[in-house]
Design a binder for this molecule. Sequence first.
Ligand code: MD6
Ligand code: FE
Length: 220
Amino acid sequence: MNSDLVNSDLVSGDLFGAPVIPGISLLPGFAADEAGLIAAVDAVALVSPFRVMAVPSGAKMSAAITNCGTTGWVSDRRGYRYQPLDPQTGRAWPEMPVVLRDLAQRAAAQAGFADFTPDVCLMNRYMPGAKMGLHQDRDEADFAAPIVSVSLGLPAVFLWGGPKRTDKTARLPLASGDVVVWGGRERLYFHGIAPVKPGSHPISGAVRLNLTFRRALPSV
Ligand code: MD6
Ligand code: FE
């Protein structure tokens, strides 16, 4: 069992020592083509650049964000929402690259969600020191659909809490190429990312990328 994991009542090891968390499937190294995936992220960012968004309090997030797909997640003084236009460019978000959509669908299927059709990929870019505070993902229309989360570049520690913000958190280390599929009973649990440690990744440099594929709009 990975010694970085704490709170052993929340996180146990499977037969092979891989961490097991209810509601979360970890697919280590499932995103094998890191270079191709990072190139797809770069192509999206040429059209809709990464930008730091404000949260409703006015504070700035520490990760920079962009999106691709038919809608995109945005945050500003008015709140959090999905919208079809990039507020920075005034145009539609870039289409979801086929290599990204395909990876998300294969990962979801592997984790038991046979017909996941993501309509958005929210992209987070972390520089060393950047983090993501504990939050719930609750802006999507349908909590039955899973979220597929792909980590690329610098490693990070995923913080996994409970239904209440004050619940204690377990720590799950995520490496480049790891994919997490998240759904079910724990869909609304609090979670976050610990401050990213300084380092260098051969393809991304001093950057961690996280791609979360979601079903944001109701299926028709
Ligand atoms: C990150 N991820 O890994 C932030 N949310 O940078 C998330 O907030 C997240 O990875 C829901 C499901 C999977 C995730
Ligand atoms: Fe989240």
